[in-house]
Design a protein around this ligand. Sequence first.
Ligand code: CAA
Length: 259
Amino acid sequence: MAYETIIVEIEEGIASITLNRSEVLNALNDKVFNELEEAATKLAADNAVRVVIITGGEKVFAAGADISQMASSTAVDVATGEKPSLRAFKAIENMPKPVIASISGFALGGGCELTLVADVRIAADNAQFGLPEIKLGILPGAGGTQRLPRLIGIGRAKELIFSGCFIAADEALRIGLVNKVVPADQLAAETQKMAKRFAVQGAVALRLAKSAVNEGLRMDLEAGLEYEHKCFSLLFATEDQKEGMKAFMEKRPAKFLGK
Ligand code: CAA
């Protein structure tokens, strides 16, 4: 898959999307968002792809939405425009397979919001996170005010949103913004390790487990539990459920086929 602003590579069922606009610190303009949406849609439909990694550069994951593109926008442009950022982020969030954000350096504004649509976040010890939109006279407009409080709690999210301050990787780990922090030179290897741990699981079980969590979060507890039970029941119609339980009884690793 050839793109201008991202690089997509697939190896042994693990796809990686690398942001590739280093000259502007991987600032996210409409072209990037459109390419991210297209790549996410293709990778979602490719059954050979089991896990997707989203990453940036060593010094910068992404410095946010492209301010030069936004600077002259009017309220009407923003309100009635195409909203490519929201479309791209939805396409990534709804991919029916695990998505890992692998973050080195700055993840700011829309860059931080991009990490929030991944299922898990692994950070290098040089990573810095922040939502500096308030300093530009705006607010995080690509899901930051909605996804961040759901992930780290309302008070901590408001502190980041109201101050625009950056936090380092260890603080991001402490408040639950990232799952894991690793030395910068081990980020790629640790991300691959995590991806492989997901990739060997049954694809249908992964898909329904992700759906149960994501859809459940949009419901009240009662409805969420009912939805979980539907997903759980459905898995008993898969060959992977038979194989998983048979392998357990036979004391051997399961070989899942994704069906
Ligand atoms: N948009 C466009 N260009 C950007 C950019 C952005 N978000 N971030 C950096 N750049 C450009 C700079 O303008 C600069 O370009 P020139 O070389 O042509 O001057 C180049 O990238 C390098 O940047 P700096 O010289 O600023 O690099 P630095 O190392 O001194 O600082 C930084 C790094 C702290 C990340 C700083 O660049 C910065 O604060 N960037 C902006 C971060 C920001 O405010 N992000 C939020 C954007 S709004 C948003 O994301 C809205 C939303 O919710 C969707």
